[in-house]
Design a protein around this ligand. Structure first.
Ligand code: DGI
Ligand code: FE
Ligand code: FE
Length: 189
């Protein structure tokens, strides 16, 4: 899939604001892929596609989780998480995207997971630091991203976990597994 096809595919599914975010994620992902040696064109396409299911009705996403091979426990942690794995599933079913690396980068872009691949880290981090993001702590993560994909991703996860805890929100186990996995990688064990 080329850039224009990917943009045409997602545009009808996104608001103007989310489309601008998507272009920001593309820019950040291409930069990170170049810096850290990921496949630049896969990073570009995964970034463009990453929020494909962001605006699907939550009932539709819940039904897809129930009917598919996705883990049922996704239904127990609020609905914000669902657009990532459901997006990957729909990109395969509706748009014929077959590239497993791109699909897994979409699937894990919100929570991460243990032992994240290079492309998964690139998309996870690009989603957090893209130029339109303005939340507290983002500049520190941008700075870390200059020198370490893992340290920057870890800081992003720490910020997200703290944010969720302060709001009394449930934390999906993959978010914790991603945190542990990155910390182990950084400490070299
Ligand atoms: O889709 P975006 O807004 O670009 O960003 P995203 O895919 O990272 O989604 C962010 C949302 O996901 C935000 O509302 C926090 C939520 N989230 C991330 N990790 C977890 C989570 N929500 C719960 N309940 N548990 C998590 O582990
Ligand atoms: Fe998202
Ligand atoms: Fe996003």
């Amino acid at each position: 899939m080329d850039r224009n096809k990917a943009l045409e595919l997602v545009r009808p599914h996104l608001t103007e604001h989310r489309y601008i975010h998507t272009l920001g994620v593309e820019k950040a992902a291409v930069e990170l892929a170049g810096k850290y040696g990921a496949d630049i064109e896969k990073a570009r396409i995964a970034a463009i596609l990453h929020d494909y299911a962001k605006f699907r009705p939550k009932e539709e996403m819940q039904a897809i989780v129930r009917q598919s091979s996705l883990p049922d426990d996704l239904l127990l942690y609020g609905t914000e998480l669902l657009h990532a794995p459901v997006g990957a599933m729909l990109l395969e079913k509706e748009a014929g995207i077959k590239d497993k690396e791109i699909l897994s980068a979409v699937s894990y872009h919100t929570t991460g997971r243990d032992s994240m691949t290079l492309l998964e880290k690139v998309i996870f981090l690009a989603d957090y630091i893209e130029p339109n993001r303005i939340f507290p702590g983002v500049d520190e993560v941008r700075e870390l991203a200059e020198t370490s994909l893992e340290k920057a991703s870890l800081k992003a996860l720490q910020n997200t976990i703290l944010f969720l805890m302060k709001q009394n929100q449930l934390i999906y186990p993959f978010t914790i597994l991603a945190y542990n996995g990155l910390l182990r990688e950084i400490k070299g064990k």
